[in-house]
Design a protein around this ligand. Structure first.
Ligand SMILES: NC(=O)C1=CN([C@@H]2O[C@H](COP(=O)(O)OP(=O)(O)OC[C@H]3O[C@@H](n4cnc5c(N)ncnc54)[C@H](OP(=O)(O)O)[C@@H]3O)[C@@H](O)[C@H]2O)C=CC1
Ligand SMILES: Cc1cn([C@H]2C[C@H](O)[C@@H](COP(=O)(O)OP(=O)(O)O[C@H]3O[C@@H](C)C(=O)[C@@H](O)[C@H]3O)O2)c(=O)[nH]c1=O
Length: 283
């Protein structure tokens, strides 16, 4: 079995590389943006013809949520049009596509965890482009997994946990929003789940939600990061109105993972345990 991982140098891609090392029976191709630009139709077509993957895990994306607001064309090229190109190639070569999406496809007006069947209504360019990517996958392919996740962090790449720890080097007080509620996801947990889906050759195709167990605010997340990292930082809880950003974010974007747990019999760790595991590796 040959698995192509695109965007392999990002935080999720790097976690998959670590997890994949334990699956020597599978053949892995890890392609960073330098090895394979997924927006380049010819490059993607040649790459598929040369390597003939059975499965593609697409970790490539434009993930800078605020910057995305002013770079819509580039963002749509990576998060939507390139996903169409990948889907078409998967269709042509009979490959399964595992595509990663986001809680930001929702508008955040819900009061309970979002089910896979709930209506989408993204608030910004990033979320809208990711939704368009999802739509292409569903229109073109039958053999796909769309895995929506949220608030991803790890010891690799750029993420909220690392931003907080970097800020703590120069500040002993921080303001963090307390009125946006979601669920953090340790990219290593997600990577294990994705590799398990692929290696088990599951055919439970469809949309799934995966995030760590729990529902918290960014303020609670920041406070826990400093508590577990033993950093003496006072975290003030502020409303979103006091932290203006170019992109509007959902107020509530907890994902209902019950369908994922039922279909894959997966045990999803709670956010506190996973944060502690990540910090142990990172610090
Ligand atoms: N980070 C998060 O909080 C969340 C992420 N997600 C989704 O999870 C997935 C993985 O995200 P994550 O690992 O955190 O993101 P990263 O930003 O860490 O990684 C994305 C990777 O995509 C690569 N990439 C960008 N453009 C292209 C391109 N044209 N061709 C090939 N590769 C490209 C980037 O390479 P380079 O740096 O060289 O440009 C980068 O290595 C994405 O689909 C994202 O939307 C969902 C929810 C939350
Ligand atoms: C740095 C910082 C951020 N914040 C706020 C801004 C924002 O509302 C929230 C999170 O900030 P960030 O910019 O780190 O994270 P953000 O880019 O909003 O993260 C999102 O990324 C994309 C890719 C996703 O798909 C989402 O699931 C989600 O993880 O915290 C503060 O309140 N204080 C601070 O000092």
């Amino acid at each position: 079995m040959k698995i192509l991982v695109t965007g392999a140098s990002g935080q999720l891609g790097t976690c998959i590389q670590e997890v994949a090392a334990e699956y020597e029976n599978l053949e892995w191709i890890f392609a960073s943006s330098i090895d394979l630009d997924i927006t380049d139709v010819e490059e993607v077509s040649d790459f598929f013809s040369e390597h003939q993957p059975d499965t593609v895990i697409n970790c490539a994306a434009y993930t800078a949520v605020d910057k995305a607001e002013n770079h819509a064309e580039t963002v749509y090229n990576v998060n939507a049009e390139a996903v169409r190109i990948l889907s078409e190639q998967c269709k042509f070569h009979n490959a399964v596509l595992v595509h990663i999406s986001t809680d930001f496809v929702f508008d955040g007006t819900a009061k309970e965890p979002y089910k896979i069947t709930d209506a989408t209504n993204p608030l910004g360019v990033y979320g809208a482009s990711k939704l368009k990517g999802e739509t292409y996958v569903q229109e073109i392919l039958d053999t796909y997994f769309i895995i929506r996740t949220s608030w991803v962090y790890s010891e690799f790449g750029g993420n909220f946990m690392k931003t907080m720890l970097r800020l703590a080097e120069t500040k002993n007080e921080l303001n963090v929003v307390a009125d946006q509620i979601g669920a953090p996801t340790y990219a290593m947990d997600l990577a294990k789940f994705l590799v398990e889906i692929v290696s088990s050759k599951s055919t439970n195709y469809g949309i799934y939600h995966y995030s760590n167990k729990g529902s918290i605010s960014w303020h609670t997340f920041a406070s826990a990061i400093f508590e577990y990292a033993q950093k003496d930082v006072v975290v003030h809880a502020i409303p979103t109105t006091e932290y203006p950003t170019p992109a509007k974010r959902p107020e509530y974007s907890v994902l209902d993972t019950s369908n994922t747990i039922a279909q894959f019999k997966v045990d999803i760790p709670d956010w506190k345990t996973s944060l502690q595991n990540c910090l142990k590796k990172y610090l």
